[in-house]
Design a protein around this ligand. Sequence first.
Ligand code: HEC
Length: 166
Amino acid sequence: MKLLPPLLALAALPLLLGCGSSSSPTPQPSTATAPAQRHLSPEQLYLQCRACHGADGLGVSGINPPLQGSPYLDHDELMVPIILHGYRSGQWNGVMTGFAGRYSDEEMARLLNWMRQRWSPTAADTDAATVRRIRLSLGNRRAQWRPDELRERLSALSAEPEAKEP
Ligand code: HEC
């Protein structure tokens, strides 16, 4: 029996991160424990989403919604909760559970900026500090987000006074 040379096993790492069911016999490292010790490209970070939302962000008809044109994509206050805990509207046959612990704050910011560059180029960039602030504000929440909760978050946002009336 031949063992995989260690270098080859390392080269396969990014592929293993992509999906839950890997056919490789190499034991899969836990991505949840050490996000800070790796450097993944946005493309590699997006592998977590790609299986369902597609390489072009177009989704799968009836099953997984497109990210291109999603009304959520521009808003950190909606995207961070969705990525952390998942989303359930009941309008699609697929299921989206959360990715809490899979991404560092910096990685989630990098993933968000990359998706926006592709599918909503006029949206503002975000950063790790913003992701961290939102994550901490959500406390111990675990449940998937419902559309009405996200709508509430959005209207709370637009109700915030940006500039004081003179
Ligand atoms: C296992 C499949 C799956 C994976 C993996 C997945 N999603 Fe989803 N996602 C879904 C499904 C299904 C929905 C719709 C759920 C519903 O509406 O009930 C959804 C909804 C969304 C929405 C709301 C879109 C809209 O306009 O309604 C966003 C944003 C989103 N996902 C982003 C992501 C990101 C970013 C990732 C990667 C970190 C990801 N998803 C990974 C299946 C997935």
